[in-house]
Design a protein around this ligand. Structure first.
Ligand SMILES: [Zn+2]
Length: 227
């Protein structure tokens, strides 16, 4: 199997060189990410491709169900590196419809070790059980929880000491919540962006907007202030 992977890689390099001999040199030179992207492990598309940036311009952290978990040393190390070392100005939490992690959390069935990882999602579902149970279609219900979860992760990031400290010292830093649909390829802005401690105050104190942002109402996303 690995031999096939390496052979495919050599064909890929040869094709790239055939089209543009200078491409790898240019890619190597633009390793200066301005965006920290927190995505889900089961989104197969590269973030750079979805938002029209070159490889090397986005610093990516992926885990199951795009968690910005304040107790996860792996995530905190990546966040610290992005803010304090790379000096990114944009942080994106990107969820997606049809997320296997969200569906697993909603199902209530025992899945093993992953149940511990998904516990915050399960608790979010319990907190909004009234609204979620009113949605009869299971796919729509899971998508609704995916949106709520992304907003919750933005709020969690806004309360994170690493982010709060960056805002306190005047570092430009905006946090956005997006959701991706494999049905149409569009990223939707969940309109929960914050770029200062003051702007984040309502989020941090749990005053999330009531109701859900439906796929129809949510607007295709633009990342404000992207450099
Ligand atoms: Zn997912």
């Amino acid at each position: 199997m690995i031999g096939a992977f390496l052979a495919a890689n050599r064909r890929w390099v040869a094709e790239k060189f055939r089209r543009d001999p200078g491409e790898f040199r240019r890619l190597d030179a633009c390793q200066s990410p301005r965006v920290f992207w927190i995505g889900c492990s089961d989104i197969s598309l590269p973030a750079t491709e979805m938002i029209g940036l070159a490889p090397g311009q986005v610093f990516v952290h992926a885990n199951l169900a795009n968690m910005a978990a304040a107790q996860d040393a792996n995530f905190l190390s990546a966040l610290s590196f992005a803010i304090d070392v790379l000096g990114v100005s944009q942080v994106v939490v990107c969820g997606h419809y049809g997320c296997a992690g969200v569906r697993a959390a909603l199902s209530g069935e025992r899945q093993g070790m992953v149940d511990h990882w998904l516990q915050p999602l399960r608790e979010l579902g319990w907190r909004h059980a009234g609204a979620l149970d009113a949605i009869l279609d299971l796919e729509t219900r899971a998508n609704d929880l995916s949106e709520r979860h992304v907003r919750r992760q933005v709020a969690s990031l806004a309360a994170n000491p690493l982010v709060q400290d960056a805002w306190s010292r005047g570092q430009p830093l905006a946090i956005h919540g997006l959701i991706y649909s494999a049905h149409d390829g569009l990223l939707r802005d969940l309109e929960t962006s914050v770029d200062s401690g003051k702007a984040a105050f309502p989020l941090v104190h749990g005053m999330l907007p009531k109701g859900r942002v439906s796929a129809r109402r949510a607007r295709p996303a633009t990342i404000r202030g992207r450099k």
